[in-house]
Design a protein around this ligand. Structure first.
Ligand code: GAL
Length: 417
């Protein structure tokens, strides 16, 4: 090659390299999320790698804090400063609130091309769409009415998984007698409220619907609600003294390590068990919270796409499309502990708890017993959810009697709804 031709060749290489760099720079997303535990981070990695394989680079904005309260505070600050992230992990009514503010972009084009309307369950579309327009991409369906039990602790307590409230209490008593912390729990308002979802549901699907979805004052202020708070006090008696402020994944670790008998938590907890190399049926057992079999309180993580300028809608669409791919939905949810947000994903890759989760969801959906989780933003807007958090947590910490809690709950919800 002559010097001249070599120089021309090199210049050509430089041009190609430069355009590759600028294409790369354009194809990037900044993602705000709260997936910081071991299991959550492993699942997030599936998404990150999937996007990277499609040429979309990832700028991470993690905001720790289960349930996402801190993440939502950080989001508000970013948007107020005029610097919204590209995509944000979000739950239920929060998505609709941002849509109402006009802050979210429009995903109709990709949704129509990929037929989202026919594969995403209606209950999820209620949060992924606003005013008939797709505004976010649902990545999963979690549910909150689960109990995660150490297999060895259960065997030592008689070996039979509890199916009713009385059986649950008997197993918890036995685990306590055996010298374990019977119930692994972290004292944070959202964790208390997660148990409360299941306890309210265990008193009947009509009661959950009337109190948590319809916010009916008679149900909120009635005798069944007193019973719900009494059950919370009973559960509190099985928690260890150091529970205050403990993160949920540390509570999962207590069960994983055999120091505690069980945890009442959404199925993101399964991600922790799997990350620790545990196998369902062998090392741990997953059951629906006793008395809630046949019903599901769900929450769906969605990625809402903010209006961040035309130059960044390309990567947003790529990300939405990647999230909605059936192969990705399987790979991601197998790790996360949740189930797919589309109805056409095969269950082959899922473990027994995942398979059960998929069947339970479909059954609850067809029998009309699928309800949004209050604790995780799918039953009512944030103001109501926060009122529930406040009362439930004060009662759990012994600051209110059950009767007082019921009165405060009804009054607080009435004031904000
Ligand atoms: C939920 C979220 C889950 C999980 C959990 C604990 O609100 O839907 O994906 O992350 O919080 O952080």
């Amino acid at each position: 090659m002559t010097t001249f031709r070599a120089a021309k060749y090199l210049a050509g290489v430089a041009v190609v390299a430069l355009s590759a760099v600028s294409a790369q720079a354009e194809e990037s997303v900044e993602v705000l999320h709260w997936w910081t535990s071991g299991g959550e981070a492993a699942a997030l990695d599936v998404l990150k790698k999937d996007l990277e394989s499609k040429g979309v680079s990832w700028a991470d904005m993690p905001v720790a804090g289960g349930g996402g309260e801190q993440a939502m505070t950080a989001l508000r600050a970013r948007v107020t400063a005029g610097n919204a992230p590209t995509a944000v992990q979000m739950l239920g009514f929060d998505i609709l609130d941002w849509a109402k503010e006009g802050a979210l972009g429009n995903l109709n084009e990709v949704a129509a091309a990929e037929g989202w309307d026919s594969v995403v369950p209606t209950a999820l579309q209620g949060f992924g769409k606003y005013d008939g327009n797709w505004i976010s991409a649902p990545v999963n369906v979690h549910s909150t009415n689960w109990v995660w039990i150490s297999k060895s602790a259960l065997d030592a307590a008689g070996g039979k998984a509890p199916e009713s409230w009385d059986e649950l209490v008997a197993v918890l008593d036995k685990m306590q007698e055996n010298g374990l912390t019977a119930l692994a729990h972290g004292g944070q308002a959202w964790q208390d409220a997660t148990i409360f979802d299941a306890v309210v549901l265990s008193l009947g699907t009509d009661f959950y619907k009337a109190s948590m979805i319809d916010l009916d004052p008679a149900a909120l202020g009635g005798d069944q609600m007193v019973e719900a708070f009494d059950r919370m006090s009973k559960l509190r008696s099985y928690v260890d003294d150091n529970f205050s402020g403990r993160d949920w994944n540390l509570a999962s670790a207590m069960v994983i390590e055999g120091k505690a008998g069980m945890q009442m938590m959404g199925d993101w907890a399964k991600g922790e068990f799997l990350k620790a190399g545990q196998v369902p049926g062998q090392d741990f057992v997953c059951i629906r919270f006793p008395g809630t079999q046949g019903a599901v309180t769900f929450n769906s993580d969605q990625f809402a796409m903010f209006k961040v300028g035309d130059d960044r809608t390309g990567p947003q669409k790529l990300m939405a499309s990647a999230i909605m791919s059936p192969t990705f939905q399987s790979a991601f949810n197998v790790v996360k502990g949740s189930v797919p947000a589309r109805t056409d994903v095969p269950n082959d890759a899922f473990d027994d708890c995942g398979k059960k989760g998929m069947v339970d969801l479909a059954d609850a959906n067809s029998s009309g017993t699928l309800y949004g989780s209050m604790a995780h933003g799918h039953a009512a807007p944030a103001a109501v959810k926060n009122a529930v958090y406040d009362v439930v947590t004060r009662h759990f910490n012994g600051e209110l009697s059950s009767q007082e809690a019921v009165e405060e709950l009804a009054a607080a919800i009435d004031a904000v709804k």
